[in-house]
Write a protein that binds this ligand. Structure first.
Ligand code: ZN
Length: 207
């Protein structure tokens, strides 16, 4: 980061509204890289004050773990990762454990700052405008039911046969769906997982 960049950043600290969540986090990472490099070469580098950026991130609800600054991974104290493949970041204030896999916040590590910021940014974009409409949700639930019915067909006469389809993400154009099916009983555990992309305009899967 050049001196000009540094003084511009300093100026903007005094006008916090000018920062977005992404900008504050990007800048924190850039500063951290400088410190991390210095640490790697056994130099001491105490000149950087992370606090103003941490304060901005706190305003967005993200508490940076100060012990992770200067390390290769920056973490946050108020989010944790669970064992799930999707939606694995949880806000500790809202959820002490994951309702899907049951992992408790004390059992698993704090989340990575960049992943939390990505998630918050995606969520706020969704709130801004591309959220699913009621008619889309209705069509989607019909589609998911059909997926489950078709997948369950092969297993319906088997003890422990199941099929479950869920939406795990979406954007302006695409809805991401996960289908799990197979047999789960005392003597068998066979689970197949398939992910599908559904085009919102047609509610049909694409390749
Ligand atoms: Zn989970």
């Amino acid at each position: 980061m050049s001196n000009k960049d540094k003084s511009m950043s300093q100026e903007r600290f005094n006008n916090r509204e000018a920062f977005t969540l992404i900008e504050a986090s990007d800048l924190l990472y850039k500063l951290n890289e400088i410190v991390y490099d210095a640490e790697k070469w056994h130099a001491t580098y105490n000149a950087i004050n992370f606090e103003p950026l941490c304060a901005i991130l706190r305003e967005f609800g993200v508490v940076v773990d100060i012990h992770s600054l200067g390390q290769d991974i920056i973490t946050t104290e108020n989010f944790f990762d669970c064992d799930c493949d999707h939606n694995f970041i949880h806000n500790k204030e809202q959820e002490r454990y994951c309702p899907t896999c049951g992992i408790h916040m004390h059992e698993y590590p704090d989340s990575r700052l960049n992943e939390v910021v990505d998630m918050l940014n995606t969520n706020s974009k969704k709130e801004e405008g591309n959220s699913l409409h009621a008619h889309e949700l209705k069509k989607l639930s019909i589609y998911l039911e059909r997926l489950e019915r078709d997948a369950y067909f092969m297993y319906k006469s088997i003890n422990g046969g199941f099929a479950e389809a869920i939406m795990f993400d979406y954007d302006d154009d695409i809805i991401d769906v996960e289908l799990k099916y197979g047999i789960q009983s005392d003597c068998e555990n066979v689970v197949h997982t398939k992910t599908l992309k559904i085009l919102r305009s047609t509610m049909l899967p694409i390749d």
